[in-house]
Design a protein around this ligand. Structure first.
Ligand SMILES: [Zn+2]
Length: 320
């Protein structure tokens, strides 16, 4: 299977951050079925023990990693000077062949170490610590899921990561640390076998997805709850993946806007959505579950607790 593809022709991009489309803005108000409260109730009743999480760039914005396409952000400004034909060309392998520095510029921002996981990552880890997480499928390449302590066997980094590197032409492995040193100092690491440019094993358009991604064919049919967070669901194969859980399985979308199957009304019977600021939504979810103190403690133990939410937020129960 090849990655990534999508139905429209513009804005193709893999990680780190699917676009937040302004398109058919949700007409569905948050939430007509009390998404958070309903799903929290199911969790408390012990009905969900094989939870699959699908995550996109939105889970990392609270860590200070903006969508690289957003004008005015550091990431975007860094790319502007390369005069990319379109922002997502930074993940086009042909473009990379000609001009690796555009991607390397982005890589310097995203190499693990500059950013820390946030509350949302720890919420997912909390699912794992309770034995409820079947797997998290992330489209992000920032490595923050791993950094917060979600174990490798629970994590599918579908668009690759920076922990290994290889030649983009012949795929000969290259020491990841050497690649990092070269890229961070503005050099271009080259393959000792064919002299091709080496890149971290981040998945570009047209490249194979990691083998682990194919765990989805077992995981999604087995899932008893699907939580979709911070993604526009514009990128295949992710966009279709969320439709592969059984029809009776609850799907909870936590996002800025309704996306994918949540744009259709009426929603599927077991679908729930909560729209708004993702960090806020996840904090409310944790509160409803009674997990807040534990997540904060977890974050403190790894030095990632940055204090209470910036404003006190009323915990409202979501009713029709
Ligand atoms: Zn090579």
């Amino acid at each position: 299977m090849r990655h990534p593809s999508r139905s429209s022709t513009q804005n193709d991009q893999p990680a780190p951050s699917p676009p937040v489309k302004e398109g058919p803005r949700a007409r569905v108000k948050s939430s007509s079925r009390g998404g958070l409260a309903s799903v929290a109730r199911l969790l408390k009743l012990g009905r969900c023990k094989n939870i699959v999480v699908v995550a996109g760039a939105g889970i990392s914005t609270a860590s200070g990693i903006p969508d690289f396409r957003t004008p005015g952000t550091g990431l975007y400004s860094n790319l502007e000077r390369y005069d990319l034909p379109y922002p997502e060309a930074v993940f086009n392998i042909d473009y990379f062949s000609e001009c690796p520095q555009a991607f390397f510029s982005l890589a310097r921002e995203l190499y693990p170490g500059r950013h820390r996981p946030n509350y949302i990552h720890y919420f997912i880890r909390s699912l794992h610590l309770r034995g409820l997480l079947l797997r998290v499928y992330t489209q992000n390449i920032d490595g923050l899921e791993k950094m917060c302590g979600i174990p490798e066997d629970k994590l599918v980094e579908a668009h690759g990561n920076f922990t290994t590197a290889s030649c983009h032409l012949c795929y000969t492995p290259y020491p990841a640390e050497d690649a990092k040193v070269a890229i961070m100092s503005g050099d271009v690491p080259t393959c000792s076998f064919c002299a091709g440019t080496v890149k971290p094993d981040v998945v570009f358009f047209g490249e194979d997805l990691p083998q682990k991604y194919f765990l989805h064919s077992e995981d999604f049919p087995k899932a008893d709850l699907l939580i979709i967070m911070g993604t526009s669901l514009q990128i295949e194969p992710f966009a279709s993946l969320v439709n592969t859980v059984r029809a009776s399985v609850p799907r909870l979308l936590l996002n800025r806007h309704a996306v994918g199957p949540f744009l259709k009304t009426p929603l599927r019977r077991a679908d729930h959505l909560e729209l708004g600021d993702l960090l806020d939504l996840v904090q409310r979810m944790a509160h409803l579950l009674g997990w807040s103190a534990e997540i904060e403690e977890l974050m403190r133990s790894q030095g990632d607790w940055v204090g209470p939410p910036t404003q006190s937020r009323a915990i409202v129960s979501c009713v029709d």
